[in-house]
Design a protein around this ligand. Structure first.
Ligand SMILES: O=C(O)C(=O)C[C@]1(C(=O)O)C=C[C@@H](O)C=C1
Length: 151
C-alpha cells in the first residue's frame, strides 16, 4: 500500500492554474477564470478544515453514545437540524434541497462512525479489554484497534 501524500506536499504540488482549457481560450478570459478559481480554492480548503472540526466533535458524541449505550442516530435531532438548515439555505439563496441532501450525506457518515465506535466498545467489553472512552480533546487522541470509523 502506498503511504498517503502528506498534506503539505499535496499543497506544494497543487497547481492552481491546471486546466484542460489552457491554450484553447483567450488568455484574458483565462486570467479572469483563474482569479475566480483562487477564491474557490480558498473556500474548498476551508470546507475541509470545517468538516474535520465537525467530525472531531461528532467523534466525541460517538464515544459518549457508546459509553452510555445510546443509539447512533437521533431522528428527532436530525429533523430539527434539517428544518433549520433548509431555512438558512433559503435566506442564503442556496437550494434548500441541496442543503438537506448535503447534511444527510454528512450525518449518514457520522452514524457509520458512531456504529463502528459502538461495535468496538461492545467488543472491548466482551473481551474484557478496557473500552476506549474519549472525553479529552480529540486533537491528541489516537484511534485504537477498532479504528474502522475512519474507513
Ligand atoms: O447530535 C448527535 O446525537 C449526533 O450524533 C450528531 C449528528 C450530527 O452529525 O449532527 C449525527 C447523528 C444523529 O442522528 C444526529 C446528529
Amino acid at each position: 500500500m502506498t503511504e498517503p501524500t502528506p498534506s503539505h506536499e499535496a499543497e506544494a504540488d497543487f497547481d492552481p492554474t491546471a486546466s484542460s482549457l489552457a491554450g484553447h481560450i483567450d488568455p484574458a478570459v483565462m486570467a479572469e477564470l483563474l482569479a475566480m478559481r483562487s477564491s474557490i480554492d480558498n473556500i474548498d480548503a476551508t470546507l475541509v478544515y470545517l468538516l474535520a472540526e465537525r467530525f472531531k466533535a461528532t467523534q466525541r458524541v460517538g464515544f459518549l453514545k457508546a459509553q452510555h449505550q445510546l443509539p447512533p442516530g437521533d431522528p428527532g435531532r436530525e429533523a430539527a437540524q434539517i428544518a433549520r438548515l433548509r431555512a438558512l439555505a433559503e435566506s442564503a439563496h442556496l437550494d434548500p434541497a441541496f442543503a438537506e441532501k448535503f447534511l444527510n450525506f454528512i450525518i449518514s457518515e457520522v452514524i457509520r462512525h458512531h456504529q463502528a465506535i459502538s461495535d468496538s466498545h461492545t467488543e472491548a467489553l466482551r473481551t474484557g479489554a478496557t473500552p476506549v472512552v474519549k472525553s479529552a480533546p480529540l486533537a491528541d487522541s489516537t484511534l485504537d484497534g477498532g479504528g474502522s470509523q475512519w474507513r
